[in-house]
Design a protein around this ligand. Structure first.
Ligand code: MG
Ligand code: MG
Length: 260
């Protein structure tokens, strides 16, 4: 069974999801060459707790940190540590919070300093693919419509769509039904109904779609070690168009200010 949320529950979940957006913006202020990834994690944890919530990932299946921080060829699930970000890196920051019994989940991939144009395009197109997926996330469509939109858009550029990791329902639990793959056939998979809340999260690789798990048991990297990007929103299925519960608004305001 795929949970259907009441309007009241969705409002609670919006609060959790918006807090994730604000947390990512707080972290964004510090993303520059020379910062150590564990510093970003501490900033996020403090911000989440100051806002009356708890980090959603910490302790989840034994994950040790507040953020998943995945640099360059690391796709997702990177553990913050003593890695120093350097000019030209890209860094995916994935954040989840639990507040008032509901989870929010969102991710953004940032450029560190000056990043080569080809990689910047990967970021831009991965974000675009997220919104193309969201366009399909309406009452009556199917999960495969989302994956198809993401896959057909990104593969035209020769990118690899990660298959082993997928989006998901999200609510009282961080991962609920349905699974939401970033690939698929139109008209296939579970039907989307108003009130379902899902996280759509394309993980798009510059090269091969194949991935490898690192020795730490968590970090997923591309098999060819080319870069990978990841963007994620939590959203509610509605009749005309999805209601996006998380937000990149604050992140992008910070980025705009930093580039001025
Ligand atoms: Mg996430
Ligand atoms: Mg997720």
């Amino acid at each position: 069974m795929i949970p259907i949320k009441t309007d009241e529950e969705i409002e609670v979940q919006r609060e959790s999801s918006l807090l994730v957006g604000k947390t990512l913006a707080e972290v964004a202020k510090y993303i520059k060459p020379g910062v150590v990834t564990v510093t970003l994690d501490k900033i996020a944890e403090e911000f989440i707790r100051d806002n009356g919530a708890i980090p959603g990932f910490k302790g989840y299946s034994g994950f040790p940190a507040t953020l998943c921080i995945s640099v360059n060829e690391h796709v997702v699930h990177g553990i913050p540590g003593n890695q120093v970000l350097k000019d030209g890196d890209i860094v995916s920051v994935d954040c989840g919070v639990l507040k008032n019994g509901f989870y929010g989940d969102s991710a953004y991939t940032f450029a560190v300093g000056t990043v080569d144009p080809e990689t910047l395009l990967l970021l831009e197109r991965t974000k675009q693919s997220l919104f193309l997926g969201i366009e399909q996330a309406v009452n009556g469509r199917r999960v495969g419509d989302i994956g198809h939109a993401i896959q057909s858009f990104t593969e035209q550029f020769g990118y690899g769509v990660v298959r082993e990791l997928v989006g998901h329902g999200v609510g009282k639990r961080l991962h609920e039904k349905p699974e939401v793959p970033n690939y698929g056939k139109q008209g296939s998979g579970p039907k989307l109904l108003s009130g379902m809340v899902i996280a759509i999260e394309p993980m798009i690789n510059m090269g091969t779609r194949h991935i490898t798990q690192s020795a730490d048991g968590w970090t997923i990297r591309t098999s060819d070690r080319k870069p990978s990007a990841h963007f994620e929103h939590t959203l509610a299925i509605r009749n005309e168009k999805a209601d996006i519960l998380s937000s990149f608004e604050w992140v992008e305001a910070v980025l705009k200010q930093m580039n001025e």
